[in-house]
Design a protein around this ligand. Structure first.
Ligand SMILES: Cc1ncc(C[n+]2csc(CCOP(=O)(O)OP(=O)(O)O)c2C)c(N)n1
Ligand SMILES: [Mg+2]
Length: 351
């Protein structure tokens, strides 16, 4: 059987414009990007171990393979912006400023967690840092994100919304109604919403080809008058260059814009998904060659921004941060009984 990778129009690098010949950042910044990348990957690996050893309950979706997208776009985050995503949200929370400790503790359902153990993996929330969730209902967050973008302009702020969605979510009715309004309101500069469509080629076990007869996903935005472009979601430097330009444009114009970031999840759909009958080993291995961490490593070494020893040291430091987060989560107390009814309804009196 031919790998699905060769059948798709938008897999891998093909058809995706790459920007910027030079690396465009100083060595320290590049090494910091690498640090974020490996820290997120190690965090996800540790979360997976926690889930499979029964310490993390509920459900768990990892971001492994997609790191370059959140790192690249959140690099353009400004205070006041709103970020909203689905359930693959650990990286977003950490990149926006939550500590790995509180995010891991949240996955463990502990009282020290980011939302005091009440949200778990799929419902991270951090208003102070602009994270408006974390949602488990596929597509359910899209109307909320578009509404937040309207509110930004209605309240005359400079803020924008970064709205992350998956290739599966785009087929949900909620997407189409919300995108229609985004396009409409955007005509008057009232919808600074950046749609970041993370096309990782699958919605659970269903490939894009099996989910729609029109596989050029970003073209769906045409129906709503929303301009769009593709980016190679495995190439951090390409994402950074794209993000810098398009975030500024959305902020300036108040019009929505869409990015289709071509990527691949290197992990199963969810941490309990052992049997990946829907994709071949060949396909996974092919994508591993384009692992965003490996690609960045190559670029850094080639450009002389870091050497092997420095990168090994960064990995060691990242490992220590993640180990510390796990220890913190394991040793943290369960939520106090008195917290049972707090933060459940806004303003509800608690006896
Ligand atoms: C409304 C709704 N329908 C179905 C599900 C079950 N479900 C969970 S994840 C998922 C696939 C979504 O795929 P995609 O949007 O591509 O996101 P990815 O998991 O690839 O990040 C489905 C169908 C759900 N959570 N919500
Ligand atoms: Mg997907």
């Amino acid at each position: 059987m031919a790998s699905t990778q060769s059948r798709s129009k938008k897999r891998g690098k093909a058809g995706v414009a790459s920007e910027g010949g030079s690396l465009g950042f100083d060595d320290a910044a590049l090494v910091d990007f690498y640090r974020s990348m490996v820290q997120i990957r190690m965090f996800e690996d540790a979360a997976q171990r926690g889930f499979r050893t029964g310490k993390i309950g509920g459900y768990l979706h990892l971001y492994s393979g997609q790191e370059a997208i959140a790192i690249g776009f959140l690099h353009e985050y400004q205070a006041g912006d709103r970020i909203i995503t689905a359930y693959r949200d650990h990286a977003h929370a950490i990149l926006l400023g939550a500590s790995p400790r509180e995010v891991m503790a949240e996955l463990y359902g502990k009282g020290t967690g980011l939302v005091k153990g009440k949200g778990g993996s799929m419902h991270l929330f951090d208003v102070e840092n602009g994270l408006m969730g974390g949602y488990g209902i596929v597509g359910g967050h899209i109307p909320l994100g578009v509404g937040m973008a309207y509110a930004q302009r209605y309240q005359q702020t400079e803020g924008i919304v970064q709205l992350y969605l998956g290739d599966g979510a785009i087929h949900n009715g909620a997407f189409h109604e919300a995108a229609n309004l985004a396009g409409l309101w955007g005509r008057d500069g009232m919808n600074p919403c950046l749609f970041i469509l993370e096309n990782n080629n699958y919605g659970m076990g269903t490939s894009v080809e099996r989910a729609t007869a029109m596989t050029d996903l970003s073209a769906k935005f045409d129906s709503y008058g929303i301009a769009h472009e593709d980016v190679d979601g495995m190439d951090l430097l390409a994402v950074l260059a794209c993000a810098k330009r398009v975030v500024a444009q959305v902020r300036e114009t108040g019009r929505p814009y869409a990015i289709e970031a071509i990527t691949y999840r290197l992990s199963p759909h969810g941490a309990a998904d052992f049997l990946e009958r829907y994709r071949t080993k060949d396909e996974i291995n092919e994508w591993r060659q384009r692992d965003p961490i490996g690609l960045l490593e190559e670029r850094l070494l080639e450009a002389g921004a870091a050497n092997d020893d420095q990168l090994a040291e960064v990995r060691q430091e990242a490992r220590a941060v993640v180990d510390d987060a796990v220890k913190f989560a394991e040793e943290s107390p369960e939520p106090a009984l008195a917290e049972l009814y707090t933060d459940v309804y806004a303003g509800a009196p608690v006896d």
